[in-house]
Design a protein around this ligand. Sequence first.
Ligand code: GLA
Length: 374
Amino acid sequence: MKIRGWTAGLLAGALAAACYAQAPAKKGQLNVQKQAWGKLPDGTPVELYTLSNANGMKVAITTYGGAVVSLTAPDRNGKYADVVLGMDSVDGYLKPVPYFGALIGRYGNRIGHAQFVLDGKTYHVPRNDGDNSLHGGDRGFDKRVWAARETGVGLELTYVSKDGEEGYPGTLTAKVLYTVTPQNELRIEYNATTDRNTVVNLTNHTYFNLGGVGEGDILGHEVTIHADRFTPVDNGLIPTGELRAVEGTPFDFTKSTAIGARIGQADEQLQFGKGYDHNWVLNGSMRPAAEVYEPKSGRVMDVLTDQPGLQFYTGNFLDGTIHGKGGKAYGLRSAFCMETQHFPDSPNQPKFPTTELKPGQTYHTVTVYRFSAR
Ligand code: GLA
């Protein structure tokens, strides 16, 4: 977490980032269209906002879970196609779907044994992943209706999570600003404040297939991750606390490598994740985190973030039973996620960067997904 005014080093990093393609769109560069998108069973209305830039890139976001429903990106011939998994209607998101495109909170990723100690008190959060808590609990931020406001430069979504919701202390006000820039970037800026000491780790869970959604698996995508280390896990995907060198392992993506090149190796970590489902320790701060290239279409996605970690997940739990947009079946490894984040289980791992947020501090972090082709 980057707390405003924390240290001069971080401030310098933030300044570097500001010069580093992380500037939001300017007023008037973005077209935003709003449409009604159905209702929850209790009658709460849900909207769909479509953000488009002058190039023709379109990103549709629903107020249900703040989820990215569709995102178009150009191939090497300039042809735009939808490259993210999602559902056709809000009803689709009310079924058990694995966080398609959603905003994740209050704590993204896992908390071991579904409990943590803060200021000497033990907090219990929902056990919804074996013995552990995943992605904020039974009803995390992905299953809440966010309040939307068009700011002129983007779509601002707000969700107020009450003290004690899903077991977390403190009323947390989370604000997420989605922008589509003229450089074909989806920029996501997260802000949060609290009225009591709490923990927070927000992310977005978009599933990408740069070959086009529903167009086969992602094993041929070539991935670079700017990380020399990752956090190995136990069989419940909780970090052991070690920061292990990627060198000489199937986790070394410091040079561009196809996802499928080593995913089937007899490696204990790959077996625990049923493929890649791990957190990489990003090198340095305020920098490019990853690049993904899809050779057939030529599409490229760059990920930039100020976060310390990146969960690279290769859709190992998709099994073809969910039919998404246009009725397409989402099969095993038909998409990948790059969830920028703090390390999993940080509230229980004093050696990991802290995820605590106190009253008076502002949680603030930016992630950019940039699309191009070659
Ligand atoms: C995250 C987790 C995975 C899985 C997916 C959703 O990426 O790390 O283990 O839970 O969400 O299926």
